[in-house]
Design a protein around this ligand. Structure first.
Ligand code: SF4
Length: 148
């Protein structure tokens, strides 16, 4: 096997007058061919993780996809959101969300990441009870403009 063979060169065969490029596939055992290739794409690890050793895991029942623990404290607590929260009033008389029934920040690593990024643009929480009409209106407002 020649050096050219090992590199799997594409080019004219030096021993031939023919100028048509020839390709010699690398031998299967030749690791040097793989060394210069870019690494295969990896999942975006920054989008979340599953902390299955946590004593509270899984803290929200009903999550079907990979459990994302990154948003253990939901960043949307002070924003309007589409979650199924219940409203309660704290000791100071401030309306608060009870998010016990919500799975949105946990259901799937990439889906929950995307969900949070989108709703971080929502307005501040106004203390209103949750309703389908509010979710629809907010979702519409957060939709990116259609490009022409
Ligand atoms: S209802 Fe869900 S999405 Fe909304 S703040 Fe609570 S946990 Fe976050």
């Amino acid at each position: 096997m020649t050096d050219s063979d090992r590199r799997g060169d594409i080019g004219a065969d030096p021993g031939s007058a023919d100028t048509v490029p020839t390709f010699r596939a690398p031998a299967p055992e030749d690791q040097s061919q793989k060394d210069h290739l870019p690494p295969p794409p990896k999942p975006a690890a920054f989008k979340g993780f599953t902390h299955s050793a946590c004593e509270y895991y899984p803290c929200h029942p009903g999550v079907r996809r990979a459990f994302n623990c990154l948003f253990c404290y939901c960043p949307l607590i002070e924003r309007e959101c589409p979650g199924p929260y219940q409203l309660f009033t704290d000791a100071r008389g401030t309306p608060r969300k009870d998010c016990s029934a919500c799975r949105l920040p946990h259901d799937g690593i990439a889906p929950s990441w995307t969900f949070i990024q989108r709703w971080l643009h929502a307005p501040a929480f106004g203390g209103q009870p949750q309703s389908r009409a509010r979710i629809r209106a907010l979702s519409q407002a957060l939709r990116p403009p259609v490009s022409e």
